[in-house]
Every structure is written in C-alpha cells, then in structure tokens.
Design a protein around this ligand. Sequence first.
Ligand SMILES: Cc1cc2nc3c(=O)[nH]c(=O)nc-3n(C[C@H](O)[C@H](O)[C@H](O)COP(=O)(O)OP(=O)(O)OC[C@H]3O[C@@H](n4cnc5c(N)ncnc54)[C@H](O)[C@@H]3O)c2cc1C
Length: 306
Amino acid sequence: MYDLAILGGGPAGVASGVYAARKQLKTVFITETIGGQSMDSVEIQNWIGTKAISGLDLAKSFEAHLRAYASNVVDIKLGTRVTKLEKKGGAFSIIAGEQYEARAVLVATGGVRRKLKAIGAAEFENKGLTYCASCDGPLFAGQDTVVVGGGNAGFETAAQLLAYAKSVTLLHRSAEFSKADALTVETVLKHPNMKALTNTRPIEIKGSGFVSSVVVENTQTKEKSEIPSAGVFVEIGMLPSTDFAKGTLELDEFDRVVTNPKNQRTSVEGIWAAGDCTDELYHQNNIAAGDGVKALEDIYFWIKAH
Ligand SMILES: Cc1cc2nc3c(=O)[nH]c(=O)nc-3n(C[C@H](O)[C@H](O)[C@H](O)COP(=O)(O)OP(=O)(O)OC[C@H]3O[C@@H](n4cnc5c(N)ncnc54)[C@H](O)[C@@H]3O)c2cc1C
C-alpha cells in the first residue's frame, strides 16, 4: 500500500512527484511518458527561469529532477498506462497492467489537443501550424495569421495575436459564436486588423516548407477560397485523458475532472487532480506545475491527518 499514487508525468505530475519525494511520502508514480504535451515544441520560451528550451530538453530535465530526489521513496513506473481508478475499501485501486493500491491519488494525466483534420494539417504542424498561441504567437509578428475555432480559446488567441500580427482571420464553422463570451467576441471583432468568417472551415493548409495559405470552404454554399497566411493557430478543443476515472470522479461536460481551485480536491475525498485534465481555465506548463504543487501541499496534510 502506497501513501500516494501520482498518475501522469507532465509538468503537473513531475512537480508533485518532486514534492512527494521531498516530503517522504511513499509514492507510486505511474505514467506513459515523462515530459507532457510540450515535448513536441521546438522552443519553449515561457518556462519560468529558463529563457528558451526545446520540449525534448524540458522533458529530460523533468525526468532528471524527479529521479534526483525519487530515491526509494518515489517508485517510478514509466511506460505504463492507467486503465482504471476506483475506490477499494478505505483506499484506492489503480489498474495499470498490474494493480496498485494507495491511500491518496493525484490525477495529472493531462490531455491532447484536438487535431485539425484538413489536408496538410499534419505536414505543416510546427511549420506554421500550431496548437499553442502563447508559445508560438510572437514568431508571427507583422504577418497574416488565421485562427481556427470560434469558442473562447479561439477569441483569446485572436486577441493575443492582434498585439503583433499584421492581420487575424478567425474561422468558425457555425453561423453564431455561441460558445464564446459575447463581450470578448465584441471587443475582439472591433479591432481593425481582425476579421471573422462564420460558416467556414479550413480544408487545406498550403505552403512550401512553411505555411503560406489556408484553403477554406463555406459550409453552406460549399464555395472555396484561399486566405494568404503565415501562421495557423488551431483552437478546437482539448481531449482530456480521464477515461479511467469515469464513474469514479465527477467530470464536466468535456470530461475534465471537476476540482476545487483552492486545493485541487475532486468530488471524491482522497483524490486530487492537477493540470490540463482538470476544469482549470488556462493550459500552461507553469500553471500545471503550480497546480501539482498546490495539490501535494494539501495531500501531505490530509495524509498526516488520516
Ligand atoms: C504543441 C504544444 C506546445 C505547447 N507549448 C507550451 C509552451 O511553450 N509553454 C507552456 O507553458 N505551455 C505549452 N503548452 C501547454 C502545456 O504543454 C500544457 O499545459 C501542459 O503540458 C499540461 O501539463 P499536464 O501535466 O497537466 O499534462 P500533460 O502535459 O498532458 O501530461 C500528461 C501526462 O500524463 C501521461 N498520461 C496520460 N494519460 C495517461 C494514462 N491513462 N496513464 C498513464 N499516463 C498517462 C502522459 O504520458 C503525460 O506524461 C503546449 C502544448 C502543446 C500541445
């Protein structure tokens, strides 16, 4: 029986793993990979304390940091996928190939960005097509850009880009912006360099080595047109990795774990969640790590009191 099971090896999981080691909590750390979503990033410029680092180097530094303190306190099970988490007596059972038992659990399994399905989208990923505006936006200063997605994330991305891009064209597949806050939509659309196309979907990303245009189709008339653009920012949602917790934890309409932002507690006493798998509003490495640390502080006192 472990004191704690940490599920997931992104910034949320690793930050909490380091804290668990230092607090001497007997922990099983179960994850498929160590590093998290930004492992794909060529250059991360906003990991605090580090001017610039590639996603792969960040992943290496996460693993080195965790292993430096893990000793015989944190038992790392790398390359292992969790398939079930449930309550068992006064503790929890985690199925990940084998069965593990722990008194407390931290779910930090993050998620994956919903990928754009358009011709050329995979080919141009990280060559002008990106899933992270705050990471890559500044690279497109003075250039024409396209944002795919008319929800809050799409409008927030457009607002960020308007600070430096020459133009922003937002593509939205429906007629109304019903998924975004009305005030945000109104404010963003007022900007002189902003344009939004409703009933429009991207069907092809074109370029030569790097993105140069987006072919779009009107979803009503099927009419096609081409928009010159150096950058394509995709904001069409996240798919949280929470399947194993269905039926055990309260999830929101998007399958994200509902958490108390004060302490990262979930609907089940003894289970915490941190990072992108939660209903946290913002998705960044620093936020995920901070959530993981916050959870661990609370877990420590909870374990000592039970
Ligand atoms: C392309 C890209 C670039 C980005 N660049 C930046 C950036 O420059 N700066 C920034 O701050 N943010 C960036 N982000 C966002 C940032 O990566 C995320 O907010 C952050 O990684 C979330 O961390 P997390 O620990 O919550 O989850 P994740 O990073 O998603 O990590 C989840 C971990 O859980 C593991 N896992 C998942 N499911 C299971 C399971 N069932 N069993 C076992 N293990 C599992 C995964 O292997 C992974 O280790 C970027 C995101 C993307 C997609």
